[in-house]
Design a protein around this ligand. Structure first.
Ligand code: GAL
Length: 734
């Protein structure tokens, strides 16, 4: 039978290319996911993670081999590695974003100790995508995703693919493609059992299977099993219903089980039609989303599953997006699983950025297309494959090949290929276009999906002057409004969700591109509220005044006009105790947004240079009822240091992490963006703080991360800053 064991613990790491003579004592003990270097959140050089490192792991087989083959499965390692077992090279891989496996079987010591060595090259190698020229993001080094040890019988399943069709008909079709390989030197005969089940109920259905199948030594076959399912519950963004397919192999005699594999899938129809629209389950749906880089402050891309899930939650539930683009590479399986779970659509693409390398380099690109699709084609959330190097020039031979391969591996999904020029050879199914015109250009081809806008056209920091932060938000508002009104545009995915670390050729010189609607810690700028204010008020009311309500931050002073992002029907604006007026969303400027921003003019008489300033209060109404309000002090003296972990409970597994947000706020809980004072932290209990300590606040807010150790217990974090009471947070490790 198959066993899949996590293999993240008890690794040794050294930031050098060393041989076997180097003693274990020279290494440091680490747990995966691991980054080869920790950084401050900005102002560091990418050369600092570019080196060859050595990972070593000594292990005894956790369970007897019992005639099985044993593989080591890497979810990813940045960027090229060679793997050795007991001195023998058992595998190598080039490329930092796709999974790979090494067959350890023939070199294992089944009884004694084994020595596993990974020589990892984290240099920006011109022979591997995305490198060869400049790249606007960082590829932090390390074995930064999970590793597992997998035992399988010599005859085993190597891939299970689920396809659905006619999902809107009374009876939907399901096809399972089961690839079975015989790695034994003998001919093997087996039978298959297959079923599909609803993950939320007991309903389960067997799938008809062929009789006994015989496979010659080293032969592989793919069985096609088909069945129907009556009126499946559809996967949708509001109700992401999931099913499970399971396949069991039994040996020739038909009795003993030799393998079992399962996967989740969904019944949904996702189509970009020739009328230019995107349809989910037959209904037109305008795509509104943001791009996500997988990197975090301090620890690069080595984020455990909880943080991956949190990013999906932020994009879907905090920002209210319906789609994310995994710019510019396949992202963690845990991220995609969560997109399936919560109903967030995904545009996934291959690694690359503008540059196309030589034939060998392109060979890796084709391999990446294959690896991405074989890994991810069962995710109902994924609606399109990006099969061009982001923003590269046309290359007919390469892009015919990537498109053909994608269509062969997955005839159910369209391809896209992201470019920034309209006069481009259209080899894909959807014309996916980075539109930096500050509006939405008239499509040349349909279907047309905008895959980036804004970004470097208007970099904005969370501590920029208020006028800039407002304009940043309004640019997102204008562009999303425009695309919503164009029936020949399927949607728009803005650049980008979160600020990210980058090379010196990009960003603000401190190695950050301040292009996010949220900062690098995923904390909101005003533009974030443009997105969250599009959430239906039946989910939750949203109201954020885009102002710090100071007299002299804007050019020439004052606060006119006042912009408020809200999904309320109306707002009341109070200046001090006096009602200034009741206002409606600005539908004239934004006819297409479900919830346009409110733009309140005429405040100059209350808030101009040389007048007395009093508090601002904004109250939001739904159906005539006051449901939400914000009060902003006219005298915003820091009144509290807030310290909030995202999670109260972590797993005591040595890898689990949560974000610990700290902010300096006024009496009403509004962040004070120019509170840049130093905050210092103390942690007590079986966990570590990851990040700068002490920390000089940025925009009045920032975050550290808490990483669990392997013992359960209570963790207490204390934060201190001059003139404010200490803040305390506790987290349980279980
Ligand atoms: C695009 C590119 C993105 C990012 C963005 C900044 O050209 O595809 O990766 O660099 O510009 O606006």
């Amino acid at each position: 039978m198959r066993t899949n064991l996590p293999f993240n613990h008890d690794w040794l790491f050294i930031a050098a290319d060393v041989g076997d003579e180097t003693p274990d004592s020279a290494f440091e003990s680490v747990i995966l996911p691991h980054t080869n270097k920790l950084f401050p959140h900005h102002n560091f050089d990418n050369l600092e993670y570019q080196f060859i490192s050595t990972y070593r792991k000594r292990f005894k087989l956790p369970e007897p081999r019992a005639g099985r083959r044993i593989f080591l499965d890497f979810d990813a390692a940045m960027i090229a590695c060679e793997v050795f077992l007991n001195g023998v090279k058992v595998g190598e891989h080039e490329g930092g974003y796709t999974p790979f496996s090494c067959d350890l079987t023939d070199y294992l010591d089944e009884k004694g100790e084994n020595r596993l060595v990974v020589r990892l090259d984290s240099r920006e190698r011109a022979d591997i995508p995305p490198f060869g020229f400049v790249v606007d993001y960082l590829t932090f080094g390390g074995i930064y995703r999970d590793v597992r040890l997998r035992y399988v019988e010599p005859l085993h399943i190597t891939n299970l693919c689920v396809r659905t069709a006619n999902v809107l008909a009374p009876t939907a079709d399901v096809t399972l493609l089961v690839t079975v390989q015989n790695q034994s030197p003998q001919t093997q005969t087996f039978t298959v059992e297959a079923s599909i089940s609803d993950t939320t109920s007991d309903s389960k259905q067997a799938i008809p299977v062929p009789g006994a199948v015989t496979l010659n030594p080293l032969e592989e076959t793919t069985l096609t099993l088909t069945e129907t399912w009556d009126r499946p519950a559809l996967w949708s963004i509001d109700d992401p219903h999931l099913y499970r397919a399971e396949v069991v192999l039994r040996s020739g005699a038909g009795s003993s089980q030799i393998d079992r594999v399962d996967t989740r899938f969904g019944f949904r129809e996702a189509e970009f039609r020739k009328d230019g629209r995107f349809y989910l389950n037959g209904q037109p749906l305008k795509l509104i989303g943001l791009n996500r880089h997988q990197t975090y402050p301090y620890f690069g891309a080595a984020a455990p599953a909880r943080l991956q899930r949190k990013d999906a939650e932020i994009i879907k539930h905090e920002l209210g997006c319906n789609i994310v683009r995994t710019s510019h590479y396949p992202q963690a399986t845990s991220f995609l699983d969560h997109c399936d779970q919560i109903g967030l659509l995904v545009f996934e693409e291959i690694p690359g950025w503008q540059h196309i390398g030589d034939r060998d380099w392109q060979g890796i690109t084709l391999r990446d297309v294959e690896a991405m699709i074989l890994r991810d084609r069962n995710h109902p959330s994924i609606i399109i494959w990006g099969v061009r190097i982001n923003e590269s020039q046309d290359d007919e031979a390469l892009y015919r090949a990537t498109n053909d391969l994608a269509h062969k591996l997955d005839p159910t999904r369209p391809t896209g290929g992201v470019r920034y020029f309209l006069d481009s050879q259209f080899l894909e199914d959807v014309f996916t276009y980075n539109d930096f015109s500050n509006t939405i250009v008239e499509p040349k081809y349909v279907p047309h999906l905008v895959t980036e806008f804004s970004g470097h056209m208007f970099p904005t920091k969370s501590f920029d002057q208020e006028e800039r932060l407002i304009e940043h938000a309004l640019r997102h508002a204008r562009i999303q409004d425009k695309q919503l009104g164009m029936s020949n545009v399927a949607g728009a995915i803005g650049w980008c969700a979160f600020d990210y670390n980058t090379h010196k050729e990009f960003g603000s010189g401190d190695r950050i591109c301040y292009h996010g609607v949220m900062d690098i810690w995923r904390l909101p700028k005003y533009a974030a509220y443009l997105y969250s204010s599009q959430i239906s008020p039946s989910v939750r009311p949203v109201l954020q005044a885009a102002t710090i309500w100071s007299m002299g931050d804007r050019s020439a002073g004052g606060n006119d006009p006042l912009v408020v992002f809200s999904n309320c029907d109306e707002i009341d604006v109070f200046i001090g105790n006096d009602l200034f007026g009741r206002f409606q969303p600005d539908r004239e400027s934004f006819p297409n947004l479900p919830h346009p921003p409110f733009q309140v003019n005429g405040l100059a008489i209350f808030s101009t240079w040389g007048r007395r300033l009093v508090d601002l209060r904004v109250v939001g109404y739904l159906d005539g009822q006051g449901v939400i309000e914000q009060h902003i002090e006219s005298s915003p003296i820091p009144s509290a240091l807030e310290l909030r972990p995202d999670d109260a409970v972590l797993d005591a597994d040595g890898m689990d992490m949560t974000r610990l947000v700290f902010r300096i706020v006024d009496r009403y809980g509004n962040r004070l963006p120019f509170a840049t004072q130093v905050v210092s932290f103390e942690i007590d209990g079986p966990a570590d703080l990851i990040g700068e300590n002490p920390f000089a606040l940025v925009g009045g807010q920032a975050a550290l991360y808490v990483r669990a150790r392997c013992q359960p217990g209570t963790v207490t974090v204390r934060a201190r800053t001059p003139r404010l009471p200490e803040a305390v947070a506790t987290i349980e490790l279980r």
